[in-house]
Ligand binder design. Structure first.
Ligand SMILES: Cc1ncc(C[n+]2csc(CCOP(=O)(O)OP(=O)(O)O)c2C)c(N)n1
Ligand SMILES: [Mg+2]
Length: 937
């Protein structure tokens, strides 16, 4: 249908309008908002004028309707929401003349008033109501929402309840108490801890009553838990006055010198998390979680989503109304950190939705020293919310009642439509970026205005005094009393010996412990009986008879069955069997990554698409009725957001196998923040365990600089004190066992698994059932095919290059070369390696072989870890890029590496793996020493 331009309505005759109206009545939902309004105006006019309707009266009614529409759509541009600055000017304005109306019409009664829920009223009243609703202290953007039901709900909810609401006396007193605490807390710290960084909330203290109102309203509407993520600004205040973290603990963090046991390095006070069960004013019990977060702005956002989803899945049986994520953003961060987009984009995806997040923005119009005009191109910092058609409210940070009213609407909307909602609080920052930073260096004008601006508590006190609710003296007394309480808490904090960091979600982690070095080398019986293996395999390889599948799928399943019969299980089979057995033993499994269901390299096929449908049959969901939940999702094309999500998910499910898979290993660097700030360091900073598994496809197959290396070296450079388990399996069975061990261990660490590509189909990369049954995870795999006494060269390697070496070894029938695979790179299994090393008594030369350039791959870490053995490196030359783009050049490089390992000495002892010369050009003296050895022999 064509968009209606109301201006030429005067030219439409009544018959035409009648005909259009009849169409509309047949299918009211088929029209756009402007048409709906058109017909609504038409209804009003007809209702009042019956058949005597004339185009002139219609025309004016429509103009009023148009004005209403304009307020709804553009009213937010004309609000008075900025407490300390004048707004930019927007055109056209909402003045009557821009809508074909004039002053003279102000006293005319228009039936269009019904559109905003009032009786036919003079235009003056209609405009006044519109202004109050859409262009005073709250601006709202919502007319871009494509669902007529949602826009109608929002219009009605806002128009029927004016923003300046009449809170009851008791409510007003309560609001004051919260403002008093929010303001008093900052002032107290400012006075008592002079010059210390706290990232004060001053200028945005209104956030505290807003959060409390969110929790109160949520609790009334079935919410039992909130998952909160926020940055530095005001965090201490939120922890103290919303999560009710004891004041004395916070004060101790300003002065403490030592952490309580278990926290090694710790973190600054405004990054710490906290969990508390609180009672709301209406007597409901609500769990509040504040996740710890790093300095990296917005990095916590995906973590909150994953945590929330995990809780919704595992604690609230999928009921999105029982848990609400809250994200509190800074205006500069929300506008420009890309991960915000990644998180928002996930909001409605089946694998990632959390039922809608309430986003608050502490919009102090500045980021560090950067003015908002330099910080974004968009009109609002919240414009990102429009991507998913979430309603966006902009509220004056001086107007507490208006904000609380907005919070109520936001919570109702979220619970009703499971949508994100944004509340942009226009406020200011009382001091510099932190309390020691001079803001007048960069914003002298603004800070002049801010210096003279009263805080929200004082503004609200004025209101209460004016309305006779409290006297000035009473207000002062309340404020003094609060300061007195805080003084008592400060004294109490001095009696505390150490700084206490509450372990986030410690209740959920009961029974699991931090890993020690010896834990890793303890063997855990992860074998599974043949009977069970065959039973699970049979279910994995069964296609339901009543469903149709393409021939290729049938063939694939037949091949899998054949591999079991022939006792040659490949990588995919091992992976699926690991999941399958764990599921039947009660461990939930969740996998997400780009194209993970089929698998980037087409090996996994965890779901089979039913022919001619969009549905899938997922064998791992159909093992038995008591099995744990299996979930697998193709993720959106994001790494940072999705890895953060899965990290959060695994935090909330300590006994589940949560896996994030990179499409190719290199892509993990898009999510580097999550790896640096959470995966590798969360335990030392916050005492946080985590069992997330990363699958990072790795291996040099000539696919170019970006598809070869998962940057093993980077993980190894961050590995220390058992913070991660870094593994590069070379056999399907070892993969099976490490995954099972990961869950059966009494400790948890992130598991970084480098996974293969070409090995997925390599005929040698298979394992017999026996290895799944009676074996365990091996940190090192010694060479089974050697003549121990004859071994002259011990070649250490890891992962896929082993098979390249093996091919040559088999070709040469070289039983005098031992290929030893390091399957676990961290913690490094040095004792086991040494044991193997000792076994080869006649060894002359130890090598470390890798496909990567010498400055990449595990080499530099191996050099340290195996210092006692001192292997010589066989690697590619140092380079900045991991690999060549030409596959021929790759092959030459690969051949060079292999040749170096197998090249025999050029000397008189030809045909013996005797010397160092060929490999690394050792000194003449060393060569002679070896020759002597052989001569003696
Ligand atoms: C990813 C990232 N980049 C840079 C910084 C450094 N930094 C800390 S706060 C800040 C300004 C944040 O501004 P805004 O988001 O508006 O929050 P505000 O401090 O104004 O509350 C910057 C740039 C950071 N913490 N994280
Ligand atoms: Mg800011």
């Amino acid at each position: 249908m064509k968009q209606v331009d109301y201006s030429f309505l005067g030219n439409l005759d009544i018959e035409t309008i009648e005909a259009l109206y009849r169409d509309f009545q047949k299918d009211p939902n088929s029209v756009e908002e402007s048409w709906r309004l058109f017909f609504r105006g038409f209804e009003f006019a007809r209702h009042d004028f019956g058949d005597h309707i004339v185009s002139e009266t219609l025309d004016k009614e429509f103009k009023v309707i148009n004005l209403i529409d304009a307020y709804r759509k553009r009213g937010h541009l004309f609000t008075k929401t900025n407490p300390v600055r004048t707004r930019r000017k927007y055109f056209p304005t909402l003045d009557l003349e821009n809508y074909g109306l004039e002053e003279n019409d102000l006293d005319t009664v228009f039936h269009a008033g019904k559109e905003i829920g009032i009786d036919p009223s003079p235009l003056r009243d209609i405009v006044s109501r519109l202004k109050q609703t859409y262009a005073e202290t709250v601006g709202v953007e919502y007319m871009f929402i494509r669902s007529p039901e949602k826009t109608k709900w929002l219009s009605q909810r806002m128009e029927n309840n004016l923003n300046i609401t009449n809170y009851s006396l008791e409510q007003k007193k309560e609001i004051f108490m919260h403002l008093k605490q929010a303001v008093g807390f900052e002032k107290f710290i400012h006075k008592r801890f002079v010059g210390q960084k706290r990232f004060s909330l001053e200028g945005a203290e209104i956030l505290i009553p807003a959060l409390i109102a969110t929790i109160e309203k949520g609790a009334e509407m079935d919410v039992r838990e909130f998952m909160i993520g926020m940055a530095h600004r005001g965090r201490l205040n939120v922890l103290a006055n919303v999560l009710q973290k004891p004041y004395e603990n916070i004060f101790k963090e300003f002065e403490g010198e030592e952490y309580e046991e278990g926290i090694s390095l710790g973190d600054v006070k405004y990054h710490l998390g906290y969990v508390n069960d609180i009672k709301t004013m209406s007597g409901k019990s609500v769990k509040l979680n504040m996740a710890p977060n790093p300095s990296h702005l917005e990095a916590v956002s995906p973590i909150i989503q994953g945590l929330s989803r995990a809780r919704i899945d595992h604690k609230y049986e999928g009921n999105f109304n029982n848990l609400v994520p809250i994200l509190i953003h800074g205006d500069a961060a929300i506008a420009s950190q890309g991960v915000v987009y990644e998180v928002i984009q996930m909001y409605d995806l089946p694998g990632y939705k959390t039922g809608g997040t309430i986003h608050f923005v502490i919009n102090n119009q500045i980021g560090f020293t950067t003015n908002y005009l330099d910080a974004r191109s968009s009109t609002y910092c919240t414009d990102i919310g429009k991507v998913t058609k979430a309603p966006i409210f902009h509220v004056n940070g001086d107007e507490v009642e208006a904000l609380l009213h907005t919070v109520e609407i936001a919570m109702e909307y979220r619970q009703r439509y499971q949508s994100d909602v944004f509340i942009d609080i226009l406020c200011y920052r009382k001091y510099g970026h932190n309390e020691g930073d001079e803001p007048r260096f960069t914003q002298p004008l603004l800070y002049k205005a801010i210096a003279n601006h009263p805080n929200t508590r004082d503004i609200y006190s004025e209101h209460l005094i004016k309305n006779g609710i409290y006297s000035k003296d009473e207000i002062e007394e309340f404020e003094n009393d609060y300061e007195y309480i805080l003084d008592g808490k400060l004294e109490a904090s001095k009696r505390l010996k150490k700084v206490f960091i509450q372990r986030f979600l410690k209740e959920d982690w009961k029974g699991l412990k931090y890993a020690s070095l010896s834990d890793f080398s303890k063997q855990i019986d992860t074998g599974v009986t043949r009977k069970k293996l065959l039973d699970v395999a049979e279910k994995l390889n069964r296609l339901p008879e009543d469903k149709k599948f393409i021939n290729k799928i049938k063939r694939l399943v037949e091949d899998r069955k054949k591999s079991i019969k022939e006792d040659r299980l490949d990588w995919a089979m091992a992976e699926l069997l690991a999941y399958g057995t764990l599921l039947t033993e009660g461990f939930p499994v969740r996998i997400s990554g780009q194209d993970s269901i089929r698998g980037t390299f087409s090996h996994r096929h965890a779901g089979f698409v039913i022919e001619d449908t969009d549905q899938q049959y997922i064998p791992l969901k159909n093992l038995d009725e008591h099995q744990a939940v299996f979930e697998i999702y193709n993720s959106p094309l994001s790494e940072y957001g999705v890895l953060g999500f899965e990290y959060g998910y695994s935090l909330a499910v300590p006994n589940g196998l949560t896996i994030w898979e990179a499409q190719f290993g290199d892509f993990h660097n898009v999510a580097q923040v999550i790896i640096d700030q959470y995966i590798s360091s969360a335990e030392e900073k916050w005492g946080l365990m985590n069992g997330l598994v990363l699958y990072l496809p790795h291996g040099y197959e000539g696919q170019g600089p970006e598809h070869s290396s998962a940057r093993i070296e980077r993980f190894l450079s961050m590995a220390a004190r058992n913070n991660m388990n870094i593994v590069n399996c070379s056999t399907p069975a070892n993969l099976f066992h490490i995954l099972r061990k990961h869950l059966y261990a009494s400790y948890r660490t992130p598991l970084i698994l480098f996974t293969p590509k070409s090995l997925l189909r390599h005929p040698k990369c298979t394992s017999p059932l026996e290895d799944f049954e009676n074996d365990v995870f091996h940190e090192v795999i010694d060479d089974p095919d050697v003549d121990i006494q004859e071994v002259r060269r011990v070649v250490y390697c890891s992962g896929k290059v082993y098979y390249d070496l093996l091919a040559r070894k088999e070709e040469f029938k070289a039983k005098d070369i031992a290929l030893v695979r390091i399957e676990q790179l961290h913690p490094f299994p040095i004792e086991e390696v040494k044991k193997i090393h000792k076994k080869y008594k006649n060894n002359l030369l130890s090598l470390w072989v890798q496909e990567e350039p010498v400055n990449m791959g595990p080499w530099r870490h191996i050099q340290q870890a195996m210092a006692e053995i001192n292997p010589e490196p066989v690697t590619r030359q140092a380079s900045g890029s991991p690999s060549t783009g030409l596959s021929k050049v790759h092959q030459i490089g690969q051949e060079e590496i292999i040749q170096k390992v197998f090249r025999k000495c050029d000397c008189e002892l030809k045909n013996v793996y005797c010397g160092l010369q060929c490999v690394v050009g050792s000194s003449r003296k060393e060569i002679l020493k070896q020759h002597q050895y052989f001569q003696k022999k």
